[in-house]
Design a binder for this molecule. Structure first.
Ligand SMILES: NC(=O)c1ccc[n+]([C@@H]2O[C@H](COP(=O)([O-])OP(=O)(O)OC[C@H]3O[C@@H](n4cnc5c(N)ncnc54)[C@H](OP(=O)(O)O)[C@@H]3O)[C@@H](O)[C@H]2O)c1
Length: 436
């Protein structure tokens, strides 16, 4: 496989895998990717969008809705340039794949299916996720929203967690350890999939993770990697995502990243991981009934009008950062991160809903991994920032890197254990095994 052709204008097919594409942000990322791809990439390029759902019915429904979105985009393009839709339509190939991240055998099956084709992957977007809440503490939620709208809806403390939630047994073996459910859906399933798909990745493949603005340091403890004792396992899984991605290019994690993403033949460098977040958008992750969902949207709009930089409200707008991470020109992302430091790329907005991509502060990493440095395009100022945040100091930065190294070490060990239990990846050609 020659990886030198990706991102060049003569590259014919650009393949992207998006997980959890049937709803909310994942569906919006898929739609926005189609739109931006068609109008920013050369006419010679085709987008092959592999969208994942959990079952065949959701897959068919998503395919139908994505087609409908494509038709709308094509009609609008035709209104500007008569007949262009014929050219554009041929440049999008949509294909559903199935995976349930809570069943590691299903994750493995998807990896095997894609490895069998040996088709290069240009980007993945690890969007699927669960909140792991059982409901909201309503009195607290109402009070917080009425008295402190922006902060309370950006950093909510009123969801009631389902503490200690674990997945169903994975292998049927009696000595199988438990796996945290939120951890497995949000991080570990994707982590394994990344490793298993690494033979299909080239130097310029982008691995895009979806984090959250609410990934606060106090929600995660490396002693409880899977969040089994955590009160805020969802937020903790997102902090873990930040730690993994932001430390992924440091020399101190290389012992682990080099086994996680082993160098492939012909690769000039390992594929890079990027972390993005959508700001605050209205999706079914909140699990609210219809009427309350409408009130949630109203509250989000008011928060935006009051100056919140994070209330994108619509999932399509919230998708801006993930789509940027997938298709931005090398000078706008990998080269920029090399020059100015690695960042957490958030979807931000102005009062009128004018969305943009902005660097987001991460406690212990700051905006770019360099203490006191604030690159242009970072969200600063008091509105929308966590009130209890601590300024990143040299010591804090060292602590972040140390924690990053520790979680890399533990995740690599966990991967080894689970690969042992699940067996090697077989791609069905004369018993060939890619990994074990
Ligand atoms: N909404 C926000 O404001 C916000 C803010 C920050 C970050 N995010 C992140 O954005 C991502 C998408 O969330 P959303 O808000 O769009 O929520 P959503 O509408 O509930 O979408 C979640 C998606 O993940 C899929 N999924 C859940 N569990 C899965 C599993 N075990 N295996 C495979 N797929 C699974 C769901 O599929 P099913 O329909 O089959 O369940 C669905 O497609 C998540 O990572 C979330 O943490 C959202």
């Amino acid at each position: 496989m020659d990886d030198t052709t990706s991102y060049k204008t003569d590259k014919v097919t650009f393949t992207v895998l998006v997980t959890g594409a049937n709803s909310g942000l994942g569906f919006a990322i898929s739609c926005r990717l189609i739109d931006e791809f068609l109008f920013t990439r050369p006419q010679s390029q085709t987008l092959h969008l592999l969208f994942s759902t959990r079952d065949a019915r959701k897959s068919e429904d998503t395919q139908r809705r994505l087609r409908k979105h494509l038709q709308k985009t094509l009609q609008e393009a035709n209104g500007r340039t008569m007949g262009i839709s014929l050219l554009l339509e041929a440049r999008v190939k949509l294909e559903g794949v199935l995976v349930d991240l809570l069943q590691l055998t299903s994750v493995k099956a998807l990896a095997e299916q894609l490895l069998r084709r040996n088709q290069k992957i240009d980007a993945v977007v690890w969007n699927a996720g669960i909140a792991g809440w059982k409901g909201l503490n309503w009195p607290k939620a109402i009070w917080h929203i009425l008295t402190d709208l922006i902060h309370a809806s950006t950093y909510p403390t009123y969801p009631i967690p389902l503490e200690g939630l674990v997945t169903k047994a994975q292998t049927g073996s009696s000595d199988e350890p438990q796996l945290g459910q939120v951890f497995t859906a949000n991080v570990f399933g994707h982590y394994l999939l990344t490793h298993w798909l690494s033979p299909l990745m080239g130097s310029e493949t982008r691995i895009v993770w979806i984090s959250s603005i609410s990934a606060l340091p106090e929600t995660f403890s490396p002693e409880d990697l899977q969040g089994l004792k955590a009160q805020m396992a969802y937020e903790g899984s997102k902090r873990l995502t930040d730690l993994l991605v932001l430390t992924s290019e440091l020399p101190s994690t290389q012992a682990y990243t080099s086994t996680f993403l082993p160098e492939q033949e012909g690769q000039r460098q390992r594929p890079k991981m990027y972390v993005t977040h959508p700001g605050v958008v209205g999706t079914s992750i909140a699990g609210l009934p219809r009427l309350l969902e409408l009130l949630m949207f109203a509250a989000f709009y008011i928060a935006r009008w009051l100056g919140s930089p994070w209330h994108l409200v619509s999932a399509y707008k919230g998708a801006v950062s993930a789509v940027f991470a997938v298709i931005a020109h090398a000078s706008q992302l990998p080269e920029l991160e090399e020059r100015e430091g690695k960042g957490k790329w958030g979807s931000a907005t102005g009062v009128y809903g004018d969305e943009r991509v902005a660097r987001t502060e991460v406690e212990g990493w700051a905006f770019c991994g360099r203490v006191g440095v604030v690159p242009t395009g970072s969200v600063t100022g008091p509105v929308g920032r966590y009130r209890g945040r601590r300024e990143t100091t040299g010591e804090g930065r060292e602590g972040f890197e140390e924690e990053g190294r520790r979680v890399w070490r533990e995740l690599e060990a966990l991967r080894g254990e689970w690969e042992g239990r699940l067996g090697g990846i077989g791609i069905g050609q004369e018993g060939s095994v890619v990994d074990g």
